[in-house]
Design a protein around this ligand. Structure first.
Ligand code: ADP
Ligand code: MG
Length: 384
């Protein structure tokens, strides 16, 4: 979505030009799934797909919200009347950001917002974080709040957790706020320390495909909560603050302590091995051994499917078909139960692998998947 189009849309809607236009991307996670609420490691990168928002300040306490992607007109709210979990519509995301900023003591006195997005919604590519972060960045600039990117990400997470009522980790918002073009973001979710890891697949003759299975993660909220509670229970049984505190070389001892608590064993094993896979991926990328991350991705998928149990037939079919037709690696990405998978391929194999996945879906009578190339792109920024 072009900045000019969104700027023009704002002017048409509100009868004045906006003070500025901002964008924030969706993301895919290369590796490190469900580790972010276990104080662990993640490694997302930003997509070229963005949410673009034209925004102006208001000083009268009124918040006007409009999305080109949603039926219905402008929604008008009062900034001082926002209350957590009072709104079940899309407006809860941007209103939640205003609420979180105000609750943290920042003088956000209202705004006019018009936005449009190219991030597929509900596909596990974090359209929700793109929406939150673009609003947070715009308000940070307009009200001169001087908050840092990681602080904006924290406030957006608070908006989603408390105001919207979705118990998500910190990865999505940090990715949208902090990623850099040509890099993946190695993030320690315990202290939010970050490293930008060069990740330029095109230069090395490879591509990363995203396969959106079009399966909406409808039941995922409850299952997400169950996994999260299960991980917390595992940590409590092992006497640690978070599963991050179980070192990889202490995994066998930890599992032995869990004995025949089969569920705890599976969840703990996924988180501890997944943290190790993130660190291994970082090491391989830094060493220039990019092709060697393929098997790490595959091992990550097996762990999510067999131990964490959050895959689904469509995601497994993408991974199995891609590998059988020559991909270097593949795994589901995001929260699970649908959404998207990523596939690492040699540039020359893109068409073969894409076709194989499409045919496999047709053969299984699944809805045709959407396949696109993911180029590591810029994080949130002001466009004009
Ligand atoms: P994901 O983040 O994986 O895309 P979520 O369920 O977390 O899925 O967030 C999707 C929700 O975010 C949508 O249902 C809608 O409420 C809101 N949303 C995202 N993008 C937009 C947009 N461009 N306009 C309006 N609402 C949006
Ligand atoms: Mg989301």
């Amino acid at each position: 979505m072009g900045a000019q189009q969104v700027r023009d849309g704002f002017t048409e809607l509100y009868g004045a030009v906006p003070e500025g236009v901002w964008s924030a991307p969706g993301r895919v996670n290369l590796i490190g799934e469900h580790t972010d609420y276990n104080d662990g490691f993640v490694m997302p990168f930003a997509l070229p797909h963005t949410t673009v928002a034209a925004v102006s300040r208001r000083t009268d306490g009124v918040l006007r919200l409009h999305s080109a992607d949603v039926e219905g007109g402008v929604v008008e709210l009062r900034a001082d009347e926002l209350a957590p979990e009072s709104d079940r519509n899309w407006t809860a995301y941007p209103a939640g950001v205003v609420w979180a900023l105000r609750e943290a003591g920042h003088p956000v006195t209202g705004a006019d917002v018009h936005l449009a997005s190219t991030v597929p919604s509900g596909a596990g590519l974090s359209s929700s974080a793109a929406l939150e972060v673009v609003i947070a960045l715009a308000l940070n600039d307009l009200f001169e709040l001087d908050l840092q990117r990681w602080q904006l990400a924290r406030l957006c997470q608070r908006a989603e957790n408390v105001y919207v009522g979705a118990p998500t980790g910190i990865m999505d918002q940090t990715a949208s706020a902090c990623c850099e073009e040509g890099h993946a973001l190695f993030l320690d979710t315990r202290d939010l320390s970050q490293q930008q890891i060069p990740f330029d697949l095109a230069a090395e003759g490879m591509r990363l495909l995203v396969v959106d299975t079009r399966v909406k993660h409808a039941h995922s909220d409850g299952e997400y909560g169950k996994r999260r509670a299960g991980c917390e229970r595992g940590a409590a049984l092992l006497g640690v603050d978070a599963l991050r505190d179980i070192p990889y070389d202490g995994l066998d001892a930890a599992l032995a302590r869990l004995g025949d608590d089969e569920e705890a064993v599976r969840l703990v094993r996924h988180i501890v091995t997944e943290d190790e896979r993130v660190e291994r991926t970082v090491g391989l990328l830094k060493a220039g051994e990019t092709r060697a991350i393929g098997p790490v991705l595959v091992a990550g998928h097996a762990s999510l499917r067999d131990d964490f149990r959050i895959s689904c037939p469509e995601l497994d079919l993408v991974v199995d078909t891609a590998l059988a037709s020559g991909a270097l690696g593949a795994r589901m990405t995001g929260g699970g139960f649908g959404g998207s998978a990523i596939v690492l391929v040699e540039a020359a194999d893109v068409d073969t692998v894409t076709k194989a996945v499409q045919e496999a879906f047709a053969g299984a009578d699944f809805t045709a998947p959407r396949v696109f190339e993911a180029v590591p792109s810029a994080g949130a920024r002001r466009l004009s």
